[in-house]
Design a protein around this ligand. Structure first.
Ligand SMILES: [Zn+2]
Length: 253
């Protein structure tokens, strides 16, 4: 609900800097620090960690050109793309969440094809870009909505990477990504089932999607051609070896 209740809010239309909940008196002055333990703030952290979209409703108020003139208006789905704390206008610590309008509608679980950047584009002499990139659209969205399937796999592993054992612990929870072994969509057409999904850290996800890591039929981890360990498993998390083979075939070169 964006209704002008927090003076540190910023409303840029498709991007909203949303101040977390709590710490206010009846006159909307910030009189104490906010906490991520507040249920409203914890819910936004969960939305970030799980890639779940949030519905934004704007209420009438004077501080935003995007607010309705009166009443309330449903403004669609937004994604929590980052969060952090700062000292607000009233001198107390507040938590702020960046919300970006989800313009692409139903985003597939992830797309290996989109993750490949043209490397030569990065070789430039001078810094390029803009000084205030707040409104530049992100070209790659790796954090996507979690299916029930991915949430289940993450839950079995507690967010710990099955390849390297890393748990990316953030304030409020553990961040991990669901990686399809045999990629979804054309031309691979892997299924969205738990036996085709791994719980990975972002680095291992990129390496696995890009073929720098493959698995053997014994679920040994082969990185750049060398065996470096064995996949972490869970008794309830059965892996479909046909998917493992399919992924390996794709990167055999
Ligand atoms: Zn990892």
């Amino acid at each position: 609900m964006v209704s002008g209740g927090y003076k540190d809010d910023q409303d840029h239309g498709d991007v909203i800097v949303y101040t977390g909940h709590g710490g206010q008196d009846g006159a909307k002055n910030q009189i104490s620090d906010q906490s991520l333990d507040d249920p409203g703030n914890a819910a936004l952290v969960t939305s970030y960690l799980e890639g779940q979209l949030v519905r934004v409703i704007r209420g009438a108020h004077r501080n935003s050109q995007y607010a309705p003139r009166s009443g309330y208006r449903y403004d669609g789905l937004y994604r929590v793309t980052s969060y952090g704390s700062t000292v607000g206008a009233d001198g107390h610590r507040i938590w702020q969440f960046r919300l970006e309008a989800d313009q692409r509608g139903d985003i597939p679980e992830h797309s290996a094809q989109e993750a490949q950047l043209p490397l030569q584009g990065l070789l430039v002499e001078a810094p390029i870009g803009v000084a205030s990139p707040a409104r530049v659209r992100r070209e790659i969205q790796r954090t996507v909505r979690n299916s029930r399937v991915i949430r289940q796999v993450k839950s079995w592993h507690g967010g710990v990477c099955q390849l390297c054992g890393l748990a990316v612990v953030l304030p409020g929870g553990v961040y991990s990504e669901g990686a399809h072994i045999q990629a979804l969509g054309d031309p691979y057409n892997g299924p969205d089932t738990t036996d085709n999904v791994l719980c990975l850290c972002p680095t291992c996800h990129v390496m696995f999607d890009g073929g720098a890591i493959v698995l053997t039929d014994e679920l040994d981890i082969v990185r750049h051609g060398a065996k470096v360990g064995t996949l972490r498993t869970h008794p309830q998390h059965v892996i479909d070896l046909a998917r493992v083979r399919s992924h390996r075939e794709r990167w055999r070169g």
